[in-house]
Design a binder for this molecule. Structure first.
Ligand code: C2O
Ligand code: CU
Ligand code: CU
Length: 494
């Protein structure tokens, strides 16, 4: 067994390391409140897979009343569902997606994490699809595209946080090599879309308060696949493959599973080289991970816990959420807003011969030395309310902020001089985090979201391959993005 124990107490996918938080973890877990009784069985959104190399699908965005747990909620849906349908394709497939906007405001679609053209009918976030209109997206997933957990969501600047918070998000899964590793294939696969909501008494989403300008809108209702504390079952001895997405507009998740380590097998951009054992993990908005869980404990119930996470401090300050800023940005009325909550419950049912973990996954390419290095400083200031800035500038549709050349590799330093964590995200091209505050990262992984804590600098290495054109990078706290924390990247043909 070559499982790397990279970190004893904690691994941080998104943020810097700290030890204070580890102590708080065990304290919080014992104090975990409410909803300890698991709800209904975990449901999965309907799946639409490609056939004969074609994924052809109609998607409609529309306000609808849906059930959120046992509550009636007036949300924004894709095809009447929250979360939206899961799309599945394979490398080389063509995707034809006829999208109809039945919202009362403009929207569009972004294919978060897919390596496809940023132009034309591809992952073109500069499109505006007005109410009542239909647009046909069409693109090809390259034959060498890695398998992974990607997703689609609206990306119409200024309304992204609102529309995502309303419920618009769905998975876009690419099946491939990772799925064919025998031990991974033998595992029971479950998708968990983690998302916060807020509802008033009549089931409407309340207006985000004033404080939400800083933290982004954060709801007090935690859901997994639109359910409150759903239950999932594996046999004792079995192996669970959990594929997690944080589809919240602004909320970070800080997760641990009682008595069970996670074995990380994939990050945003696909597989890592071999499983890494983690006791807990932080998922910034937009981030995904895949972990394996071994059913090697006593029969019983084990809670998947979320600890409050303070984005104003990140892990550096202990991570624990107090009242203050975070409490102020919270929407809704749950009394549990500052306590550890149960996101889902794992129950053992039956037994099976113990399934092993994979020794090896897939090679993560080591990138060549960069041809250029750039710096991006993230901060905020006061304008018309709070504005969020990259290199001192707020987003401008008509300004190109960064020009790079196709078929080059660059190092980008992301510097956070502000007081909030900013999960940095780039469209189209994935990257590897080389270091955090000068400390090399413990293992190579493909990412498209990497959170930067206040006071922290991370260095990422990013290759620009295959596709020229304009696209964007931004903070994935979507209220920050809507308030200016986005820049335009122009990838130029040489
Ligand atoms: Cu999921 Cu531009 O983002
Ligand atoms: Cu994206
Ligand atoms: Cu931000």
């Amino acid at each position: 067994m070559t499982v790397i124990k990279a970190m004893r107490r904690r691994e941080f996918l998104g943020l810097g390391l700290g030890t204070t938080g580890a102590i708080l973890l065990s304290q919080c877990s014992r104090g975990a409140s409410q909803s300890s009784v698991p709800g209904s069985a975990l449901a999965q959104a309907p799946v639409h897979s490609s056939e004969g190399g074609l994924l052809s699908f109609d998607l409609v965005a529309e306000a609808q009343q849906v059930k959120l747990g046992n509550r009636n909620a007036n949300l924004l849906t894709y095809n009447g569902q929250v979360p939206g349908p899961r799309l599945e394709a394979k490398p080389g497939d063509t995707v034809q997606l006829r999208f109809t906007n039945r919202l009362n405001q403009s929207t569009n679609l972004h294919y978060h994490g897919l390596h496809i053209p940023p132009t034309g009918t591809g992952d073109n976030v500069f499109l505006e699809i007005p109410p009542g209109e239909t647009y046909s997206y069409e693109f090809q997933i390259p034959a060498n595209h890695p398998a992974g957990t990607f997703w689609y969501h609206p990306h119409y600047h200024g309304l992204v946080a609102e529309q995502l918070f309303g419920g618009l998000a769905g998975l876009f899964v690419v099946r491939g090599e990772l799925d064919e590793i025998p031990e991974v294939q033998a595992a029971q696969e479950e998708f968990l879309i983690l998302k916060d909501f807020a509802l008033d008494r009549s089931g409407n989403i309340p207006n985000p308060g004033h404080m939400a300008q800083m933290t982004g809108r954060i709801g007090d209702l935690l859901t997994a696949n639109g359910q409150f504390n759903p239950s999932l079952e594996i046999p004792q001895g079995g192996l669970l493959r959990l594929r997690l997405l944080n589809a919240s507009s602004s909320r970070f998740f800080w997760l641990s599973l009682e008595d069970h380590p996670f074995y990380l097998i994939a990050t945003d951009g696909g597989a890592i080289a071999s499983p890494v054992e983690l006791n807990d993990l932080v998922l910034a908005p937009g981030e995904r991970v895949e972990v394996l869980v071994k059913g090697d404990r006593e029969p019983g119930q084990y809670r998947l816990l979320n600890q409050p996470f303070n984005p104003a401090q990140g892990m550096m300050g202990g991570g624990r959420m107090g009242g203050g800023m975070m409490g102020g940005g919270m929407m809704g009325s749950s009394p549990n807003r500052n306590s550890t909550e149960t996101v889902a419950t794992l129950t053992y049912n039956g037994t099976t011969d113990a399934l092993p973990l994979p020794n090896q996954l897939l090679t993560v390419e080591s990138l060549p030395e960069p041809q250029a290095t750039r710096q991006f400083t993230f901060n905020h200031g006061m304008g018309m309310g709070m504005v969020f800035l990259i290199n001192g500038k707020a987003f401008d549709h008509n300004r190109i902020d960064t020009q790079v050349l196709l078929n080059t590799v660059e190092d980008w330093e992301i510097i956070n001089t502000g007081t909030m964590a900013h999960p940095f995200h780039v469209h189209i091209n994935k990257f590897q985090v080389i270091s955090r505050n000068g400390q090399p990262t413990p293992y190579a992984a493909w990412k498209d979201v990497a959170s930067v804590s206040p006071g922290e600098t991370i260095r990422i290495r990013i290759p620009f391959r295959d596709y020229a054109g304009k696209t964007v990078y931004h903070c994935h706290v979507l209220d920050h993005e809507d308030r200016g924390m986005m820049g335009i990247l122009d990838i130029q043909q040489t």
